[in-house]
Design a protein around this ligand. Sequence first.
Ligand code: HSE
Length: 429
Amino acid sequence: MTIKLGILGLGTVGTGTVQLLQDVTGRNSLLKEVEIYRVGVRSLDKPRAVQLSDHILTTDLPAIVNDPEIDIVVELLGGLEPARTLILTAIKNGKHIVTANKAVISRFGAEIFDAANAAGVYVMLEAAVGGGIPVIQPLKQALSVNRINAVMGIVNGTTNYILTRMLHEGSDFNDVLADAQNLGYAEADPTADVDGLDAADKIAILASLGFNGRINREDVYCEGIRSVTKTDITYATKLGFVIKLLAIAKHLDDSNTQLSVRVHPTLVPESHPLASINGVYNAILVEGEPIGQVMLFGPGAGAGATASAVCADVLHLLAHLKINTAKTNPLLACRHQHYCKITPISEIVTRFYTRFLTKDQAGVIGKIGTCFGNYKVSLESIVQTGFEGEMAEIVVVTHDVREGNFRQALKEIAAMDTIHSIPSILRVL
Ligand code: HSE
């Protein structure tokens, strides 16, 4: 069985998605059943990073959503129109949707999901929030058995990058923004990111899933990071805080009817899990009962990461479409019989930390070093750290070594009459 995709848009995420689907070795084997059938683009003349046959590329986007051959429309255009109209037409034509478009879902979600329910199709949006971080599916499924108290996070990489650099360099917002634009980390028009609009779209979606209700996007309070100064960052540091642009959704009563949904710069205690999320990374912290806190962390944007989320949604739809013919859900069923080859521990390559207790005599460190050298164990450091009783304490950290070689050397060292014992042997990452 082959599932035919109509992809709308061949920008960063579209290109990443095509690349992933054209190179499926080592990935879920179900992806071999996905065919890139049509790809809609604005211009046929633009140079592309992916190879697609001429008959696949088209500038006629409505033709894709009206093509009876296509099972799934993957909307990667971004923006409100024509994305909304194309999604609604595809749904009317009985096609499932995969989208990365937080703006259209946060503003027109009610219309789109009503249409999808009426047509009996699904709208999948893993890529709309948190880039490659699986957060939509966990909120809809695994975490949904909990009573959710709060969903909060750092859901905009551009602003997190700017705030991280302001903190580390002591720089002003405008200087870092200009540099981030030069480096391609911030858009030429940074409004959606720095004014918090992108984060507000995303928290509206997360709140809706966490609290099982529709969120009016206009009700989401939104304050960006333009007003954050290096002076505030310095004071926050002195007080034990870091400043982060947090997107927060909390329930204020047990029935989930009263929510607080907001985006604003926030002083976060240094010990809080979100305080250590730096650079372009995103993280979403879910607090629920009885699970407690779960934090999902990863790359919030980028071609490959977002393509991972897009293709995960395609995979889920593919499994759904296959259930009728396969009679089982291929994502729930065990699909393999062969045993993987596991390398014996003696063959692994790792670093080691080892602590020796030895006689305090001349030449001990030399003998240890020579023996390691004989077995091709290269040392990163070897120090005498002090004494434990009568014994000298010597600590060794190796470079990456084959464990078997390290153990042989250690056996020989342990037999030396100057060595009292080897109390600790730990692997170093
Ligand atoms: N512009 C977003 C960010 C990525 O900076 O995180 C796409 O959602």
